[in-house]
Design a protein around this ligand. Sequence first.
Ligand SMILES: [Zn+2]
Length: 260
Amino acid sequence: MLSYDYCCITDDTQEYNDSKCLCGAESCKSLYFSLAADHYDAIMKSSHTTRNRFAMLARACEHYAVKSYVLSRRDAIGLASVGFGEKLFSNSPVWLKCYCAQVIEFIKHERTVLPQHLRSKDRSTEADGVYGLRLQNLAITVDRVLSFLYKLPDQTVPPLYPHTDEEVAQKLVFGNSSIWSKFKDFVAARKRLLLKTGLQGTLESIFKRCEKKRPLIEAARDVLRSTAAALRTASSTYYPVAAVLEVQPFSLSIASPRFL
Ligand SMILES: [Zn+2]
């Protein structure tokens, strides 16, 4: 028999429906569990999007790239503050701990702002319930990730790694399957159309110039910039394509998933 709201939360509808409370109290909400409804995810949806999570993972893996990297004091304190210790992380690579520390920072942030989004009488206790659930789920996830990593030949290799400038240049322009080589195929297939706009000649001279260049990042940037300029001069129809080519994300290296 229950006579106290333990603010237990589940995201399993079946478990929620089965959790009939028999306490008989006047204020009983009749079900032991609360369903993790949409408002529980309000902060997660706005501040912990796929992009945020990917950024966290990239940051964790970037730290790993520095050979002398050990878990920062801030991350170590963060993990310890919620009881995530060596028993959970036995033989865990540093990047996973670093990632978890960042997720924990988010979970703590969510705990402080979530009550504003809740409607119950005891919002603070309810937010505590969400906080506990998040940490529990994170611990379970760490365990799952580790059991996956143990099967790999080298468990310490991070899932993402930053490309060198040379690799970026290859992927963008100089490699066989680069964006640039696809663009060249596209242009070759539309020769007649491009002849009309005068673009054909300009592009071919860029292609020729490109062949003589060494596969360096500066050369890749230059090729994309001159192509964008040529497209803009030819027609306003090409503005969107030109805008894509003019984006300069090359100082940020492209990271490739290594597990795929
Ligand atoms: Zn009850």
